[in-house]
Design a protein around this ligand. Sequence first.
Ligand SMILES: *Cc1c(COP(=O)(O)O)cnc(C)c1O
Length: 811
Amino acid sequence: MKIKVSDFCKIVSAKTLAGVAEIVFTHVSIDSRSLQNNEHSLFFALDGAHHDAHQFIGDLIQKGVRNFVVSKEPLVAPEGVHFFRVDNTLIAFQKFAAYYRAQFDFPVIGITGSRGKTVVKEWLNFLLNPDHNVIKSPKSYNSQVGVPLSVLGIDHKHNFGIFEAGISTVNEMETLQTIIQPTLGILTAIGSDHDEGFENLTEKITEKLRLFKGVSKLILEEDAAVLQHLKNRSLLYTWSFIQPTADVFFIHKQSGQLTVNYGDRAFEVDIPFEEPADLANIATCITTLLWLEYSEALIAQRLSKLYRVEMRLQVKNGIHQCTLIDDSYSSDFQSLKIALDFLEKHKTHTDKTVILSDVFQSGLPEVELYRQVGALLQSNKINRIIGIGPAISKQLQGLKNFYGYSSTDAFLQKFAADEFQQETILVKGARGFQFQKICSLLEEKTHETVLEINLNAVRHNLNFYRSKLRPSTKVMVMVKAFGYGNGSFEIAKLLAHDKIDYLGVAFADEGIALRKAGIQLPIIVMNPEISAFSAMIAYDLEPEIYSIRELKAFLQFAQEKNAYQYPIHIKLDTGMHRLGFEDHNLDELIAVLKPTNVLEVKTIFSHLSSSDMAEYRAFTLDQIALFVQQCSRLTEALEIDPIRHILNTSGIYHFPEHQLEMVRLGIGLYGVGNDVEETKQLAHVSTLRTVILQLRRVSDGESVGYARRFRSKGVTKIATIPIGYADGIPRAWGNEKGYVYIKECKATIVGSICMDMMMVDVSGIECEEGDSVIVFGPEIPVTEVARQLNTIPYEIMTSISQRVKRIFYEE
Ligand SMILES: *Cc1c(COP(=O)(O)O)cnc(C)c1O
């Protein structure tokens, strides 16, 4: 779009020195990592509490971006670059989105509620799509940032909008209302989620209802608790399974079917799902279609085809060390842009391959649509594009590195696993293309036990500890032992973007693996072995130096390599008595370091032995005092000014006043604190899940498992699940001590845990073979398992075997 600078300044309340009359851009960006940033971008530099996009302005100018909305202006604007200065860039971004939305005049559904928003939105999109050019919020983009981003996706070909709005506290909805400007409202279930942001239920309901200011109709469940807040009954169109007086009354008598009563008419529809939450979402969709005057026959026809909504992009290990990003459920232009950004963020190799089906985007002529798809793929520097489908294989055939196939089957027939090696592969296809078949070929074959890691939770936890620190304090994150079992590359990638300062690993191998995956952050190796010195220097890894013997060996090595000021990190022993120099070694340390410029002391550190234990508070304070004193001795004698660090996770939590210049965050990042109150404030990161392999009934007195350790009392229903002590489940957790969760019910582990399997008691739980089983997760925190087994969560987490597949996701 093209906009006059004077108008733009008015809309976002900006001041500018831009010496031009108008600016031109084709898209708006807030993500500094996106390869879609270029001279056609308008960039809003959002500055959250922990992430400030202003830091990336220099990089973005290099990439060609010319127009920036900022709250802090760099001193000089390079030639041709325009800064628009505002007080708050988020508010400016929201105001611009509201202005943009107002340029379009077509029906827009606004959805809010505590549960079901995204499913209802996706289903309505599916149900309405054949008749409209729908623009909808991608994924669950429903926040103060997600909603403006969604609305900015509107363009001239759209003629129907569906946007969801989510809030966590008061006064947020008003802003979202001005951005979405819905003409038709949908309220899904009001649950107890997000209650912490509200005084009480009334406040929460009142706040949510603010979205519907200005709608011509509001669709919701006939529910007295909500209805009492709505004065204008004529505005409502209600549904219910209980109240026959609702405008649409549903009866669910028979499995797989619903009877729909409205006015004086009734009809039946077949439904593919019937859990209580599904029924509410289906009722909302049918009621909306009836309000939009869809025929009974069309409703019944489309409804029977509803599908499970897969909301998250998953990162999985692929064959031949590939990384697989599975987005095999949708393919529209907007979601392709998101998936490509996600690919860039999560790639673990330099080579990127995209496997893409025909793209569905009604409203654009085919040639124009694929011209845009082609340009988007090229701007993202995709090394290989595999296009599957009649349209894409025809339209993109002229593109460099493009391989077209007319159908999924045609691709599968020619599939050669060897052609996929050490690359990151995005698999993105519309549902009809059944790309899950492709994913299952590309996925590393491991068993069905997986550890799922929530990257949003990792970021939440990082920010929690950062909130305890001064902004200038540096953060080193310990990713040793595969990121405490959670996967080191993915976590390191995320950390690199969140601007942490150092990574810590135990052994050189771990650091080398991170470098090979493209991690550029400084990496400290805590236990550098002399045999690994050469590789360490080759891969820019920085050693912890803890003894004179090691120092001399490393110095000699570095000299031979002609190193100059190679970074090292001096470890002092202040009471842990594990590794490190003691008081009486310091003179010799100084004597070795003073004359040389081959090495440079970057940091000095020590480790607390008991930072989580209140009874040893005095001991910890002594360790810190000794550390500070020894540091002074070294810095004065060597005339250096290194970074000092001593706090680990519990140290940050209990002794933030001693943060010095850096801290070392470990277990807390992974969602586990050493203190109950602390853990409560962290987000849950990893869930270990598996499936039921087989079910059986054993009669009274029969035994289960090795050495007949379990004896059935009465008839017992037993489920066998494919996870055992070789996967890292402590054997002591068996024999009725431990349990798993199936269908949200506790199932006790019976008999001894075997190497690869265990048996659980599922009497009274309605479950089937193939059902999902949670082994550790929010319901069974590793802290609790550790407590019951007299160990520490660190041991449980790092024991989860590498044969368990890791899956990372972001919401
Ligand atoms: C593992 C480790 C840490 C992190 O400890 P947490 O308790 O997990 O925070 C910090 N420093 C050193 C030297 C470590 O080895």
